[in-house]
Design a protein. Structure first.
Length: 114
């Protein structure tokens, strides 16, 4: 369980330098990129379920956030890690509540292909 050892080391640091935080943020971004790439590798755009979900999101007016949601996955001092997780959770809550866009019957029928 190497991550436990790293957490103990990070907890025992006298100070967390800007360089340490920059490296941790690079790890966060690399994790986001890898998960995004993996999702694109395993998702078939021609799958009927995927197309149905795209149509549903279009009908609801759901759009991706302007900035990617980066979760703090790198090992940091516990206090800083907790603070960053709370900030990410608050940002995710704001993103998860899309504004309901009402559409007309004509737009709905056009999206259905009628």
């Amino acid at each position: 369980m190497w991550w436990v050892d790293l957490a103990i080391l990070a907890d025992g640091l006298d100070e967390w330098t800007p360089t340490d935080e920059n490296i941790a943020r690079l790890v966060d971004r690399e994790d986001y990129w890898l998960n995004s790439e993996y999702r694109s590798w395993i998702t078939d755009p021609d799958d009927p379920e995927v197309q149905a979900e795209k149509t549903r999101q279009k009908l609801l007016g759901v759009k991706p956030p302007e900035q990617p949601q980066l979760w703090p996955v790198a090992v940091r001092p516990p206090a800083l890690q907790q603070q960053l997780v709370q900030a990410a959770a608050q940002a995710a809550e704001k993103i998860a509540k899309p504004s309901r866009k009402k559409i007309t019957i004509t737009e709905f029928l056009r999206m259905r292909g009628n």
